[in-house]
Design a protein. Sequence first.
Length: 584
Amino acid sequence: MRATLLILMLALGGQAGAQPVAPLPFDRILRYDELSVLLRQWADQRPNLVTLESIGTTPEGRPIWFLTITNQATGPAQDKPALMVDGNMHATEWAGGVAALHFLHKLLASYGKDERVTRLLDTRTVYILPRMSPDGVDATLEQGRFIRSVDRPYPDAQPESGIIPRDVDGDGRTVFMRLRDPNGPWKSYAQDPRLLVARAPDEAGGDYWRVLPEGLIEGYDGVTIGDEPEHEALDFGANFPGDRGTTVSQTDGAYPTSEPEIAAYVSAIARRANIVAHVTCHTFGGLVLTPPVNLGEVLPEPDRLAYAALAGKAEALTGYTAISYLDLRSVDRERQIPSAFGWLYNRKGIFSFITEFWNPLTAAGISLENTTASAWLWGFHPVEDELKLLRWSDEKLAGQGFAKWQPFDHPQLGPVEIGGFDLIRYWYNVPFDRLEQEVAPHSEWLVYLGLTTPRLAVRTLMADSIGENLWRVRMVVENTGWLATHGSQQALDMQAVSGVLATLQITEGSRLVEGDAVQQLGQLAGRAGQRSIASWWGYTPGTPDRAVAEWIVAAPTGATVVGRVSHERAGSAHTELVLSAKSD
Ligand SMILES: [Zn+2]
């Protein structure tokens, strides 16, 4: 019995304390204060793996939490290649933040137990920003309404006219209002009167409705309702540095990084030169998105192939569909839109992905063949599909996916009915009872993605005695990762990355006779792009993953030299050698 316990303790060795990692709740979305407590708890429970810091403060005064996850005993975070994962760039997309937290929890709870997670944190670094918009998430949880990134007005303090979406009946959700109107464009659907369908083009004399978002009307003259652009439309994704189109939209912000959250995040990324890959977690659609975003953006061939392999693995694990952002854009393809890809991939050459978790349509049994979830964003779909959604809500969500139309006396409009699909809780987000199973396979993929990054190693460090107290020191270095040391071809093309450096350190009393102490070795390939061995057309693989540095050192027998190899994205490694006649 005691022996078993001892073996168990040894198996957990290297882990400071075997205390369990506090669980992540899946039955609710954590308010900011509760999230802060949980993150501190995790940091306290795994101090050898976690560094928790704030990278900035939001305008409402909330620190923006940023976590660095790596086994600190195997080297500092900056000396290892890194995967960056973020969540809640968009306030209403709660499941994205949960996915980032699920991954974080998995890393901490599985380290020392799961070989792949252990290898990942021993050899790589993971950065996690679980909630990019803490103000926005708390606002959506409080107000139950759609907010893109934050409820800060931009560009105007308040629109002069139009609907301000608000939970006017106080039931905790902001849905729709319908009003009887002989000139309304909607009518009840015969098969299920809860649904509204378009009145036929030639139809008159029936019972018609007008539909508005639930809310209050600014500048109401008793008759007309203005259609001003949204005043809380700021989209953090469009606020990254990168190419802005000639027409800047009200989602983009005053200038790149004008928003404090993005300024903090961009600066945190810029200060971490080791980031090779990045995933931002969003909802919805059941998609994994890759560059390009805009017409005219073309990926270099090696990156196209690497993206296909990496996103293909995501498809296999999650069942989601991998597609380029550009191919997803069913409308408005001509307009140049800014996105985080524009900076992370186009400028810095970081392999960046957007995961859009959850697809309520497929959950409800709706076929998306020959269409995409994005077509739904624009409201073009048959009513039969809405019936399926309604049935799904009735049968699987206890009716919660559709708020029953309830009479309400609106302070401005008089008698209305409030109800309709609860877009925020069941479209943008996964029902709580299936949230964990929805995000778990993605965390598997993130482990995989982290393990595909480059990783420098010293293969051998040897010395030949070539004279009295004279040595030829030879260091063979290699990239043991799948991706090349530079990560993407784009990083090379944009000159966003420098090369592999080999350094020889000698002790006092030794002297370098030949060879610079620091030598440039260029880039080392990874195993990516390997072809089938049956391809014999112009295929002459050599050892592009390997390089050699040489020095001639004058030193007494018994002196120590240290060979070091480093690269900002591929990590660093070093080996010591005691010079002796036997050392070759
Ligand atoms: Zn989003």
